[in-house]
Design a protein around this ligand. Structure first.
Ligand code: ATP
Ligand code: MG
Length: 566
């Protein structure tokens, strides 16, 4: 491609609406343009990157036994009524009516539709397993579309659905997809971690997220410094820290006046005890009912763990008035001793000695409180946020924390959808059995943005070779010099003939401008044809991610590039 013919409108200024680097660079480098909140066009350079990601995804899905199909984006309401998700999806679902006033959804995902398709034409155990996938636009009316294509309202997803005879079959399909996803992110050239994930509303048993590491990511994950363990903080467990052994014996509990002392920080000061020797008590409304949760003073409660543990739909902090009416004291003076509310405590609390807590009476606390002796709990469970420094649940070594972007997620669905839609097959004895399902998504457009979050510098994008829109760019310093253009054209046609995707920057521009654009759009390999080196029969070669350039004989440059590209 000649630069003068390329539609790649670059911007000098950083667009003010773009908060994160990938969004800024995709706009500045002429890869995307916005047409509405969370809705984007992919310009030719952007679409080239997407096509490369899609090609890798397709190859790995096919290699794992997947078959590609294409389902409609417009889906009738009746289908979504069957699973109950017409109501559950809420405002995130784009809805429309046809001329007969019938309701439709723009597909945010396709479990219902694929299940109805497979059910209609699959009758016997001989027809399974099936792995069916598509790559298409998805629609979700996100509350906060932001970060460009990272969280769009229209975005490109690869979604695969597995249908098996039984749980064993589902596990095997899941294992295949896990491997295929790992292959994909390896081939994309991205640094990532596979983490145990919370299943969220989708249901089912196991789930993993593929997280592309990047400081700007919305996901916080912990991973082990020694073994393979990694998990989303929403889900991560840690071995509870041993009770802080002060060597002291359990002392008799006493009530003490603590005028004006309400926060953990106040009490640290007041009693001269460290945060981790105190406990705090939080009151929640769980499906309308009050529950108390006790955790160590230095820890944070993990509401997702609590919600999963209690198996409730609605969970929110209780208001102070209701708390005061039921417990006796207000916020800042609560504690589990004598509390008339069902109490759950974090596992770490169980073995604490001589701790302190609120007395459920304003301006009073208890000291020398000992769990078990002075209060009980309906359960001691893992309810806190795991943090860096905790012990790995798999091997006991130190956990570390990092941020990343959820680029893909895989789920074991079990029979959730086959049951709702009565998707059955006849087993060997002719008896109907529910199909056992899994679903597997990759955000194709989000992966493009994630690749940039992970790979960029002050000058622009640094594409991994596997997904760069063009692998190489040739820059003649002065297009008006015949010898430079001749040498550049020769290298250009040789690379094209060898199948390299290459740009010839034939613009009559200062070389500094051309370098800036090449860096901004992120082309991995750069060849500069200038007067000095050309006099010695050489050209300058530079890799985008490297600092140094080197002189290479003009006759050798194509082989050098081919070696890197192939
Ligand atoms: P998130 O938690 O980020 O909202 P999700 O868990 O709802 O995502 P899934 O339903 O698991 O997403 O969808 C599969 C993949 O599709 C995600 O891993 C992500 O890469 C991508 N994706 C989801 N929502 C969006 C969006 N609004 N914009 C771009 N990509 C998205
Ligand atoms: Mg997800």
């Amino acid at each position: 491609m000649r630069y003068t013919e390329l539609f790649c409108p670059t911007l000098r200024e950083i667009p003010s609406e773009a908060e994160i680097v990938s969004h800024q660079l995709l706009l500045r480098a002429g890869y995307i343009r916005k047409s509405g909140s969370g809705i984007y066009s992919y310009l030719p350079m952007g679409y080239k990157v997407l096509k490369k990601i899609m090609a890798i995804v397709r190859e790995e899905m096919d290699a794992a036994g997947g078959q590609e199909l294409m389902m409609p984006i417009i889906q009738p309401r009746e289908l979504w009524e069957k699973s109950g998700r017409w109501a559950v999806y809420g405002d995130e679902m784009f809805r429309l009516k046809d001329r007969h006033l019938r309701d439709f959804a723009l597909g945010p995902t396709h479990e219902e539709l694929i299940t109805s398709i497979v059910d209609a034409d699959t009758h016997s155990y001989r027809d399974l397993p099936l792995l069916l996938y598509q790559i298409q636009n998805k629609y979700r009316d996100e509350i906060r579309p932001r970060f460009g294509v990272m969280r769009g309202r229209e975005f490109i997803m690869k979604d695969l659905y597995s249908f098996d005879l039984d749980v064993e079959g589902m596990n095997e399909s899941y294992r295949k997809m896990y491997q295929a996803y790992s292959n994909i992110y390896n081939r994309l050239g991205l640094e990532y971690r596979v983490v145990e994930a919370d299943n969220g509303a989708i249901g089912g048993s196991e789930s993993h997220e593929f997280i592309v590491l990047a400081g700007s990511g919305e996901s916080v994950i912990v991973y082990c410094s020694e073994c393979d363990y990694a998990a989303d903080v929403e889900k991560a467990e840690a071995i509870p820290e041993e009770a802080i052994n002060t060597g002291e014996a359990a002392l008799p509990m006493e009530k003490s006046a603590t005028p004006g002392q309400r926060t953990i920080a106040d009490l640290v000061e007041f009693y001269g005890l460290p945060e981790k020797r105190l406990i705090k008590t939080l009151i929640y409304e769980a499906d309308g009912e009050l529950v108390a949760v006790v955790i160590r003073g230095d820890r944070e409660l993990n509401e997702i763990k609590l919600k999963n543990y209690l198996q409730v739909n609605e969970l929110a902090m209780a208001g102070e008035e209701r708390v005061r009416n039921t417990c006796g004291g207000g916020f800042g003076s609560l504690g589990p001793v004598g509390l008339q509310v069902k109490t759950f405590a974090d596992r770490e609390v169980e073995n604490m000695i001589n701790t302190s807590c609120g007395a459920n009476e304003d301006d009073f606390h208890y000291i020398n409180v000992n769990p078990g002796r002075d209060f009980g709990a309906a359960a001691f469970a893992d309810l806190r946020n795991t943090v860096a420094g905790d012990a790995c649940p798999a091997c006991g070594k130190v956990l570390k924390e990092t941020r990343g972007i959820e680029a893909g997620q895989i789920f074991q669905l079990g029979t959730k959808y086959s049951e709702a839609l009565q998707a059955t097959y006849a087993d060997r004895d002719g008896n109907p059995q529910l199909m056992v399902m899994g679903c597997y998504g990759i955000g194709v457009s989000r992966t493009m943005a994630a690749a940039i979050e992970q790979n960029h510098d002050d000058n622009g994008i640094i594409w991994p070779l596997s997904i760069a829109p063009y692998q190489a760019i040739i820059i003649p310093v002065n297009v008006n010099k015949a010898d430079q253009m001749e040498a550049a054209e020769k290298i250009y046609s040789e690379l094209l003939a060898a199948g390299v995707e290459v740009i010839l920057d034939d613009r009559d521009e200062r070389v500094g401008v051309k370098f800036k654009d090449a860096d901004l759009i992120g082309i991995p390999l750069r060849v500069t044809v200038g007067p000095k080196s050309l006099a010695e029969g050489k050209v300058e070669f530079k890799e985008r991610q490297g600092k140094e350039s080197e002189l290479v004989l003009a006759g050798d440059i194509c082989k050098r590039i081919l070696d890197l590209v192939k």
